[in-house]
Design a protein around this ligand. Structure first.
Ligand SMILES: [Zn+2]
Length: 410
């Protein structure tokens, strides 16, 4: 395709501004803005038509068509006694002339936010999009760029210059959407996601909501992180959960902190140390990391330590029976203490190792290495037959779990 001839055909059918003409040929050579490309096509077409006109071809109609949107051609025709009125662009009606002006509104909307990356979006009047589609279809062009793409790029370039950072489509902190009809700018702030892990030293801190027996929640203790970034709310996404009375020891449980609507997207990434909880240093994370963390928590191997009280004296010989539990699949009906799940649902989880040691003949310390998601208390006490096999079943004793700790999330 000869782009100059195609431009001639396009302008014969529609008056088009430099941007809208250039955009029809956007994929023919990168690094040139559509406005420049359109301007260049008009200049070359102007020269070609004048050449043909001088050599006697009847190109007056094409010259008239070009003159509607090209001042030098208008001047040339006027000098030859032909007056042509300037026409506004068929596709955009002139809005592409100075879309850069919307960067002002974007800058104002971003005021007070400390961001690292941004993305520009736009709402373009439907009629404009319809007319653009019509022109491209009629000319049978495959080299065009969408108007939305150009608008976003041009505003984004200017905003990027003023912020000193380029637009980022992959992981923007904020998305500023410009409405080209009203000039309004809407800013959507993505949450700040921070990878960490926590060690919980208390038996009265709950990971989720404030439940009976809990004095505080983890989110309350780590709320300081929200303040650091000036967010409106904080949510903890953890790889699995422990009950309020269960300590989380060892290297801690991997987690991602979500700070909603932060005023700042960078800041102090150090951890936290409180009486009840230790938070590891923070690292930027993505939405995908949250998904992976959640998915992994179902397959993670966990190591637990429990202290259980037996209703009858036990001997070292009894503990030999724990070997039977290694490598078994434990079937658990939902424990009654958990109300949110269907009581008839069955869960199957692997137990890899069970090691026991008697502290007194009635107090047993147990170490259980198992698949994530096993209800460990019930695996020990048997939950009145709802979990099988169980430690209580293997030992032929009633067991009461008095302490439980997570030692490791592998
Ligand atoms: Zn236009």
């Amino acid at each position: 395709m000869d782009p100059v001839e195609k431009a001639r055909e396009a302008l014969r059918a529609y008056p088009l501004c430099d941007s809208c003409l250039g955009r029809l040929f956007a994929s023919m050579g990168h690094g040139i803005e559509n406005k420049e490309r359109g301007r260049a096509l008009k200049t070359v077409l102007h020269m070609r038509l004048i050449y043909e006109y001088r050599y006697g071809s009847d190109v007056v109609e094409d010259l008239r068509a070009l003159a509607r949107v090209h001042q030098p051609t208008r001047r040339y025709l006027r000098a030859n006694g032909i007056a042509v009125e300037e026409a506004s662009c068929y596709i955009c009606g002139g809005i592409m002339e100075d879309v850069e002006k919307y960067s002002e509104g974007v800058m104002k909307a971003l005021e007070g936010l400390e961001i690292n990356t941004f993305q520009i979006g736009s709402n373009i009047p439907k009629e404009v999009l319809d007319r653009e589609r019509e022109v491209i279809a009629r000319l049978g062009l495959e080299t065009a760029e969408s108007i939305k793409h150009e608008v976003n790029r041009r505003i984004g370039r200017l905003v990027g210059e003023r912020l000193g950072k380029p637009a980022d489509k992959e992981r923007p902190d904020v998305v500023a959407t410009v409405d080209l009809t009203t000039g309004e700018v809407k800013v959507v702030q993505n949450p700040l996601l921070l990878y960490t892990s926590y060690i919980k030293l208390s038996r009265s801190v709950s990971q989720g909501k404030l439940v009976p027996g809990a004095r505080k929640t983890i989110e309350e203790i780590i709320d300081h992180v929200r303040e650091r970034f000036g967010g409106t709310a904080l949510v903890l996404h953890a790889a699995g959960r422990e009950d309020v009375d269960v300590r989380m020891l060892g290297n801690g449980r991997p987690a991602i902190i979500e700070v909603k609507k932060p005023r700042r997207y960078s800041g102090d990434l150090s951890g936290l140390r409180a009486a009840e909880l230790i938070l590891a240093p923070l690292k930027p994370a993505t939405r995908n990391d949250v998904r992976e963390l959640k998915a992994k928590s179902k397959t993670n191997i966990k190591v637990y330590r429990a202290l259980a009280l037996s209703d009858k004296p036990l001997t070292a010989g009894d503990l030999e029976k724990l070997k039977e539990l290694e490598g078994v699949v434990v079937v658990q009906r939902t424990p009654r203490r958990i109300k949110r799940l269907s009581p008839r649902a069955k869960r199957r989880r692997m137990v890899y190792n069970v090691v026991g040691r008697l502290i007194t003949n009635r107090v047993l310390e147990l170490f259980v290495r198992c698949q994530g998601g096993l209800y460990v208390k019930e695996f020990i006490n048997g939950d009145e037959g709802r979990t099988t096999p169980s430690v209580a079943e293997a030992l032929g004793a009633k067991l009461d779990v008095v302490e439980l700790d997570v030692l490791e999330v592998e």
